[in-house]
Every structure is written in structure tokens, then in C-alpha cells.
Design a protein around this ligand. Sequence first.
Ligand SMILES: [Fe+2]
Ligand SMILES: [Fe+2]
Length: 175
Amino acid sequence: MTMLGTPQHLIKRFFVSVFDQGYDKGIESNLLALLNGREKSLYYSQPRMDRLHSLRNAKSVIEETQTGYDNSLVVAAALHDVGKAEANLGVFGRVFATVLHGILPIEILESWNTKEGFRKNTYHYCFHSERGAALLEEAGSIPIVVTWARQHHNKQPDGAMTAEIFALLKRADQK
Ligand SMILES: [Fe+2]
Ligand SMILES: [Fe+2]
């Protein structure tokens, strides 16, 4: 199983959201122009906290690659966490789910797919990489977008993307 972010990272993201840091209308309109209709729906399905995260990711890729940025990488950076939306957890629920993810056997977390309430939400949160990749595939996203959603919590690329692109997108996700 992949590693999720740390509780500290989640809390930082929450406060960034509360104080509205990172909402960049220019980046958002650039991003929306790159998305197909179903990708736009996935973008808007995210809670505000995650849409801000999408925009910071997109901005990081644009700034790092300057004039030669690759549109597909901007989309990949922006949409990698869309699988989280189904978890429907607030920041404290996410922190708790992240702690459980670190201490419970994977078999137990997988079995929560058949439960209801917090356990079901925790299942969706813990497996949001796989779910996001599936949603993006259904939305007709190109392979790099689907691959990054699937791999974004990995420590290394598995061969479906170059180490350079993996590192670029990873840096964006950690800001
Ligand atoms: Fe994630
Ligand atoms: Fe992320």
C-alpha cells in the first residue's frame, strides 16, 4: 500500500484553505481550459480545500517549467487527488484516517469497503489513489494523468513515467 501524507501536512493544508491562500483565478482559468468536461466535473467535485491544492500543484508545475510547460503535466498535477472527494472527510477525519492507515493491517482497511459511515469513508480516503486513477480513466484523461493519480503516494516511479517527471510532480504535491 502507498503512503498517505502526514497529519501535519493535512493540518497545514487546512489552514492554508481557511486563510484562502493559493486561490489563483488566473491559474484556475488556465487549468479549466485544459480539462475536458468530465475532468472539470471531477475538479469541481473536490471540496474547496482540495481545489486549492489542485491550483497550487498546477501553479508549481507552470512556474518550474516556465514557458515550456507541458499542459498534460499541469493537468496531472491538478487532478491527482480527485479520488479523495468520495471519502467526504473533513480535516480531522482525514487526520484520523491517516493515523489508522499507518497502524492497521491493509486487510482490515480493505474490508471497510463493505461497511458504512466513517469506516467506509476511511476506506475511500486510504485508497484514493486507485479510485482517482479509475475516475480519470473513465473521464478520458490521457495516460500520464491517470498514472500520476495512481502513483502520487509512491516513493519512486514504477516505470510508467520518468524519474524526472515523477520528481517534478512530487515537488508540486509537497508544497
Ligand atoms: Fe493523495
Ligand atoms: Fe496531493
